[in-house]
Design a protein around this ligand. Structure first.
Ligand SMILES: [Zn+2]
Length: 319
């Protein structure tokens, strides 16, 4: 269990959790009059990390009033189900991601669309692992939209910034007075750890969301994972120039991937997704440090990203 207070305000705490054996996810807790937990991690995160962290503050799980999901992916909402059974908390998230938490079959169909339809892979074996990290669906008590304000009482107001791309309903929670935005997975550099690849389901949305964030000049970005970028230090909190560079690096990456896919499509006119994506992955390997799945020749576990570009380049009518 790791709990640290942020320098921005003594009411903001960061809870660092491990999920899926060796992956890190960062949650944040705001001890406002309405107490908020930003994301819940995977199924066992509330029990293993959040409850002990709150105990050191003299609080218990039932003191959490709202769960603010940055988006509906398993490592951010996987603890919702369990936490809802152990507290009276209400779940807030963007309306466009509500289906990911309320309907787990729809969630799996969405995240494995490229694996299933473009690569013809059998994903049935992954379902059991997914259900271990999520355990159950989650209610959504308030469906957020862009520019909504989540008022946690006193001077704590978080503005909702819709930043789709990584998921349809990804949001940043921007505490404007403190200059900090909790952005989930909206800005990913080269990926969530060395050897990974960024993950997004709409390429143009991901890029446009980051361009928007860059224009907002947010002092501190609180990332949900310790994304790889051009510097070696990989903390989840990036301030000032580090925040700017992280966003700029991430925009460079999505543009580089898009260009590689466009060039591969040109030199393989009429070819299917796998042929085009494999050529693009080969071209990108010189500039990006991702590991390759030997069965497909694509970034390990993440065909969805290249498929997002393919869909847009083919006019959105790919399988
Ligand atoms: Zn995610």
């Amino acid at each position: 269990m790791s709990l640290t207070v942020l320098p921005h305000d003594p009411r903001i705490y960061r809870i660092t959790a491990i999920w899926n054996w060796d992956s890190i996810v960062e949650l944040f807790f705001i001890d406002a009059p309405t107490r908020a937990l930003i994301d819940t991690g995977a199924s066992d995160t509330p029990r293993r990390y959040v409850e002990p962290a709150l105990r050191t503050l003299g609080l218990k799980l039932d003191d959490i009033d709202v769960i603010l999901n940055t988006h509906g992916h398993q490592d951010h909402m996987g603890g919702n189900h369990w936490l809802l059974a152990h507290s009276q908390a209400q779940v807030y998230m963007h309306q466009a991601d509500a289906f990911l938490v309320s309907d787990l079959d729809a969630h799996m169909a969405y995240i494995w669309h490229a694996d299933t339809h473009a690569l013809g892979q059998d994903v049935s074996g992954r379902r059991a692992q997914f259900m271990q990290t999520v355990t159950g669906p989650s209610a959504v008590h308030r469906r957020l939209a862009d520019d909504d304000v989540v008022d946690l009482g006193d001077d704590v107001q978080l503005r909702v910034v819709h930043v789709p791309g990584h998921s349809p309903g990804s949001v940043a929670y921007h505490w404007e007075d403190k200059g900090i935005a909790f952005i989930g997975d909206a800005v990913q550099g080269f990926g969530s750890k060395p050897g990974m690849f960024p993950l997004y389901y709409t390429a143009s949305g991901y890029e446009e969301s980051m361009v928007r964030l860059a224009g907002m000049q947010i002092e501190t970005l609180a990332l949900a994972h310790r994304y790889v970028w051009s510097r070696t230090d990989r903390d989840a909190l990036r301030s000032g120039r580090e925040a700017e560079e992280t966003v700029r690096d991430s925009i460079d990456v999505v543009r580089m991937v898009g260009q590689a896919m466009a060039e591969a499509m040109k030199s393989h006119a009429g070819a299917d997704f796998l042929t085009v994506a494999r050529a693009a992955a080969q071209a990108l390997a010189a500039d990006m440090p991702f590991s390759v799945d030997p069965r497909t020749g694509l970034p390990t576990g993440l065909p969805a990203t290249l498929y997002a570009h393919y869909s847009e380049l083919t006019g959105g009518d790919a399988v």
